[in-house]
Design a protein around this ligand. Sequence first.
Ligand code: ADP
Ligand code: MG
Length: 202
Amino acid sequence: MLDADFFRRWMTVAAASIDREADRLTALDSAIGDADHGSNLQRGFRAVAAAVDKDAPDTPGGVLTLAGRQLISTVGGASGPLYGTLLRRTGKALGDATEVDLEQLAEGLRAGVDGLMTLGGAAPGDKTMLDALVPAVEALGNGFAAARAAAEEGAVATVPLQARKGRASYLGERSIGHQDPGATSSALLIAALEEAAGTAEG
Ligand code: ADP
Ligand code: MG
């Protein structure tokens, strides 16, 4: 079972991973965007890590709701409200349970992804974070390692796509041939689940 401690570890590990990869995320965003994705998420996830450490909510839903709120209030770019909505909606779906299992987490994340899709109006194949998140959530029933692999594959699979949402879509066909920064950060977020679990098992 996954308790509030696990979800706090997830957010802390994600923040550390985004810190390490911030330059790479910004470089990807400089190719098809405005070169701020790394710094946007670094600012946001540092605030998330600090908040979940300080307030230490005692339910999984409480941790994710707080994390989502932090992202929305600290990140100026499109990715802040999008990731913030993902985490907040997921947190809301998990409710007041003190522990959740993998299937409940997958179901919660599906609700979160639905919220992200409603807010951003994008679908899989539009070259966005959804191209990593949707396959990851589908694979999550098979464990964290399977979800990580699916997210990484999904991120790489954005390279040949033409962007249809967000800033990269302004480039039209010139967005083809570059990996989407948001799909890349989504793969980091999903990989952090496995690291937080400490094993490859669900
Ligand atoms: P901004 O585009 O405002 O500079 P970021 O650079 O932080 O924001 O984030 C860009 C990423 O956000 C993109 O790579 C893409 O994955 C994601 N994104 C942008 N618009 C949407 C959308 N409508 N739906 C889903 N994801 C989106
Ligand atoms: Mg940007």
